[in-house]
Ligand binder design. Structure first.
Ligand code: AMP
Length: 629
């Protein structure tokens, strides 16, 4: 099958195209209806079909003769542990954990929060929820108690699963005090907290509410997968929007299964028996699609890594894993490769490893700069592919489809739209623009299977955030252009979301925290360029008259507050005092201009600027910053 043919068919007749792809999924009830459109622009794929995602990831693989093949390889340089699970072993663990969840009263449709480090029990927890139809929401372990509390109140879980600690380099981060704090802050209370005790820290358990995971699961009876509707939610994944309230992206069982079957083979070129390594944390969408559901549903062996690109123990960590497990393809964020390159620029460490199993590397999560791209291709000797997607889509929107004939990759671009995605570029008035003209990147409806169609408990917010700006199109929030051959170039977000080491964060939320400081009259938080992390936040602050605080003290206060409320992952450590902020005549802060000044780029003062002199003041304050980057 060629890329051109598949793509044309997927756009001309999406229902026929996806009916065909749906055949690779083993359903309990096959779809007789493929696509139903709703009046508000959303749609439902495979509305009358039924399946179970855990069955597809485990039981079905065993039925296909893969019971003894490795399903998961846990490699943890931070604890010195290596452990593997065959499909049969993983199913045994998951089926018993699912039995325990049921025993604790978790029912189909109930929310379950998983706040865990990169231990295999996190993947088991996800699959156990999927087995009984509970809706899991994995919250990244780096999030602070306040962020966890926000998600608890939104997801309203009946159960919370956690571990006693996570490990960051040499540091043990205790999770239980964070969970206890979050539960004290949250209005909603789950009935129970199930705690996986790790040897590095013992969490005290609160009688009546907290349970020891390992002890409780030994007595549980394994349970079989339940039949679920294609539209039943599999998971909620919170992601930053432009406000402080995270969006609960909902992923449905049916669309997700069809999309991931298609993506693993077509985009990533993976076949059953291959070894795949999705380098991410299970707390992100990549962890869901490319560590757990995608590779297992495709019958691959999935590497589950609790470590870093560098310092665990050095910049050869990735190459050691590739060699040891004969990894065939991997996914990672560009920031990881930039960190490796910084420590091993001449690839001396890389050269000590046999990378012959590796066919290609896929990078996404943020822009892949051409210098890192070229370096990686040169030192690895493998094709390096940039591709672009979002938490909302759950699988790649643009990518070289290595599993299709005629697939092409173009350096500098995140490549062409994957079959199913009609990617276009619109100007501010919603008109299509021609090749090489920048605008808002949108996807013409319908979105293909797998893409989120609603937000947990707030459908109107979904329609408002994604479908109302340009009727008939899904608004990605990214700006960029297409070239004359349909290759897509992503230039960055058009909203107030920044991307720090591939993590999406709301500057609005940080502004809110900065503005709460008693000395702050007004502020703006923007993302500025960082050589390793891609972007980092910078706060520009106008002090109240007579505030009597020095910049260094303000910095200490604000850094502590962002760490406490959002978490260290925000990498918030830059504050500059300014006399005024540049605004439009209607009072809107000119954030896009601020971003350009901070990054030392040329800009045209907008005609709506209230006082152009403010821009020069800001340039003077930020001049050192632009040189530093
Ligand atoms: P997330 O939902 O956290 O996966 O973040 C999605 C956002 O990350 C996108 O909307 C883009 O702004 C950015 N992003 C992801 N992949 C790429 C890429 N290959 N090139 C440029 N930006 C990317």
């Amino acid at each position: 099958m060629s890329y051109q043919h598949s793509y044309a068919q997927s756009i001309a007749d999406p229902a026929a195209f996806w009916a065909e792809q749906a055949r690779s999924v083993t359903w309990y009830r096959e779809p007789t209806v493929v696509l139903e459109n709703n009046a508000d622009g959303t749609h439902q794929w495979f509305p009358d079909a039924s399946l179970n995602s855990c069955y597809l990831a485990l039981d079905h693989q065993i039925e296909q003769g893969r019971g003894d093949q490795l399903a998961l390889i846990y490699d943890s340089p931070v604890t010195g542990t290596q452990q593997s699970f065959s499909y049969l072993q993983l199913r045994e663990e998951v089926a018993r954990l699912a039995g325990l969840l049921r025993q604790l009263g978790v029912q189909k449709g109930d929310g379950v929060i998983i706040y865990m480090p990169m231990v295999p029990q996190a993947a088991m927890a996800m699959l156990a929820c999927a087995r009984i139809g509970a809706v899991h929401s994995v919250v990244f372990g780096g999030f602070a108690a306040n962020e966890l509390a926000l998600r608890i109140d939104d997801a309203r879980p009946v159960l919370l699963l956690t571990a006693s600690c996570g490990l960051e380099f040499e540091r043990v981060i205790e999770y239980k005090p964070l969970v206890d704090r979050a539960l004290a802050l949250a209005r909603h209370r789950p009935r129970n907290v199930l705690v996986w005790q790790r040897p590095q820290a013992q969490a005290p358990l609160q009688a009546g509410r907290d349970l020891d995971w390992a002890q409780s699961v030994t007595d549980a009876q394994p349970v079989a997968p339940v039949e679920l509707g294609a539209a039943d939610p599999l998971y909620i994944m919170y992601t930053s929007g432009t406000t402080g309230k995270p969006k609960g992206i909902v992923r449905e069982n049916g669309g997700n299964a069809v999309a991931l079957h298609y993506a693993m083979r077509t985009v990533y070129g993976m076949q059953p028996g291959d070894v795949w390594w999705g380098i991410s944390d299970v707390g992100w969408v990549v962890g869901h699609s490319l560590i757990v559901y995608g590779p297992l549903m495709c019958g691959c062996t999935s590497v589950f890594y609790e470590g870093k690109p560098i310092r665990t123990p050095d910049a050869s960590a990735y190459w050691r894993v590739v060699e040891q497990y004969k990894v065939n393809a991997l996914f990672c964020a560009p920031t990881a490769m930039r960190a490796i390159r910084k420590e091993d620029p001449d690839a001396e460490l890389l050269r000590k490893h046999d990378l012959s199993s590796l066919r290609q590397l896929f990078l996404a999560g943020e822009k892949l700069d051409s210098s890192t791209h070229q370096w990686l291709e040169r030192v690895s000797g493998k094709p390096v592919h940039d591709h672009w997607w979002q938490t909302e889509t759950g699988w790649p929107v643009t990518a070289p489809c290595v599993g299709l004939e005629g697939s092409a990759a173009r350096a500098g671009s995140s490549n062409r739209a994957v079959p199913g995605y009609h990617v276009q570029v619109l100007d501010d008035d919603g008109h299509l623009v021609g090749p090489n003209h920048q605008g808002a990147i949108v996807i013409a409806l319908p979105l293909p299977p797998g893409c989120s169609q609603t937000l947990w408990g707030d459908h109107p917010r979904y329609v408002q955030a994604y479908l109302s700006t340009y009727p008939g199109y899904y608004h990605t929030g990214d700006g960029g252009y297409l070239d004359e051959d349909g290759f897509v170039y992503i230039m960055g977000r058009t909203d107030d979301v920044i991307n720090v080491s591939g993590h999406r964060l709301s500057t609005g939320e940080m502004e809110d925290l900065v503005a709460r400081h008693s000395a702050v009259a007004e502020c703006a938080v923007i993302g500025v360029h960082d050589d390793i992390k891609g972007q980092v936040p910078l706060a520009l602050v106008v002090l109240k008259d007579g505030a009597g605080i020095v910049e260094s003290q303000l910095l200490v206060d604000l850094v502590a507050s962002v760490r406490e409320e959002i978490g260290a992952l925000a990498c918030f450590n830059q504050v500059r005092l300014v006399k005024r902020l540049p605004k439009t005549r209607s009072g809107k802060i000119l954030r896009a201009v601020l971003r350009k000044i901070a990054d030392g780029q040329a800009y045209t003062p907008p005609s709506t600027v209230d006082d152009p002199a403010v821009l020069q003041e800001i340039e003077a304050v930020l001049s050192g910053l632009a040189r530093a980057s």
